[in-house]
Design a binder for this molecule. Structure first.
Ligand SMILES: Nc1ncnc2c1ncn2[C@@H]1O[C@H](COP(=O)(O)OP(=O)(O)OP(=O)(O)O)[C@@H](O)[C@H]1O
Ligand SMILES: [Mg+2]
Length: 328
């Protein structure tokens, strides 16, 4: 069989869907087209954005990443575009924005669906005309940046709902790169696990102690569903490396959720319960698990679960969950 080629060696993947991702990346790496990377949390969106930059002709100029959900509208605007002195309270000195700082390089707009309507209009100008205006300034400044955006939401839906401008949407998704969730590329799990094993045995000075994974361990990793995707797998391997006494990573080095298939229930736990009661047990476990995995970042958790933050808060209250809630 022909070995698949990969021009982005830092990205592990031989799965067919990943081969398609690599093919698209290869075609667009040296163009200036805007790219939209779509994928669930932890699937490797930032890794791919960086790879596109560092394998392109722009590699010697900056790669600048901004998370659009992390700042208020005013702060984000001045971060992105800069400001002149006195343009708003707190603007005591003139400041260059990140778009200017990224000149000749790549600009990564993470969680682009979260950007406010006002900033969407300004972003559209960057994309259409290649110019920005510092907050409070009248003069346009030319910038040469390649924009890569990422989202874990279905942007089309945000367009339908009216929260994301249609014209901006078309500008952003010139090229789409869809990264499959880990549960849809389970054939990559052994490779990824080996990759992280080698990283974390090195980091923890355990290359001599740990020789590899027991076949049983890999089986558990393949069976688990990975709601937190590759990031969750990476953390699991890191943890196993730290706990393992060698010479192989064995099943008991894995966390309980992996060995029990995440949320499996035992018959004795459910035998006296109604269906509603059983569903509640499941719901509590799912919530505990995902809240833990996403470090209690409630907006991320709500997104992953496809519910509103309000609904999430109600459930957290109902099940009396807090950071110490027991998993598994
Ligand atoms: N195909 C891959 N090969 C090797 N490492 C990977 C791969 N995909 C992701 N990773 C690693 O998994 C971790 C999570 O990836 P990354 O931060 O790029 O995900 P993300 O999609 O941006 O997540 P989020 O939506 O939560 O921001 C990183 O440490 C990254 O290096
Ligand atoms: Mg990310």
């Amino acid at each position: 069989m022909e070995e698949p080629t990969n021009s982005f060696p830092e990205i592990i993947g031989t799965n067919e869907k990943m081969q398609e991702v690599f093919r698209i990346m290869q075609k667009v790496v040296n163009t200036n087209s805007t790219i939209l990377i779509k994928g669930e949390t932890g699937t490797g969106k930032e890794l791919i954005a960086k790879a596109l930059h560092y394998h392109s002709k722009r590699r010697n100029a900056p790669f600048i990443a901004v998370n659009c959900s992390a700042l208020t509208e005013t702060l984000l605007e001045s971060e992105l575009f800069g400001h002149i002195k006195g343009s708003f309270t707190g603007a005591v000195v003139e400041k260059k924005g990140l778009f200017e700082a990224a000149d000749k390089g790549t600009f990564f707009l993470d969680e682009v669906s979260e950007i406010s309507p006002g900033l969407q209009a300004k972003l559209l100008r960057v994309l259409q005309e290649g110019t920005i205006k510092r907050v409070g300034a009248t003069q346009d400044i030319n910038v040469d940046v390649r924009i890569i955006a990422a989202t874990n939401r279905i942007l089309e839906k945000e367009v339908e709902r009216g929260t994301f401008r249609r014209d901006l949407f078309y500008r952003i998704c010139v090229i789409e790169v869809g990264i499959p969730p880990l549960r849809d590329k389970k054939d990559d799990i052994p490779l990824l696990a080996e990759h992280f094993l080698s990283i974390y045995t090195q980091k923890n000075d355990k290359e001599k102690t740990i020789k590899g994974m027991a076949p049983d361990t890999i089986k558990y990793l393949i069976e688990y569903d990975w709601p937190g995707n590759i990031r969750e797998l990476e953390h699991e391997i890191e943890r196993a490396v730290i706990l393992s006494e060698g010479p192989h990573i064995i099943a008991s080095d894995l966390s309980e959720k992996i060995r029990t298939g995440g949320i499996n229930l035992k018959l004795e736990e459910i035998k006296d319960k109604t269906l509603k009661g059983v569903v509640e047990i499941y719901e509590r476990r799912i919530l505990t698990e995902i809240l833990f995995e996403l470090k209690w970042n409630k907006s991320k958790v709500a997104k992953v679960l496809g519910i509103s933050r309000q609904a999430l808060n109600k459930k957290v209250e109902k099940y009396d969950l807090d950071r110490r809630s027991r998993r598994g």
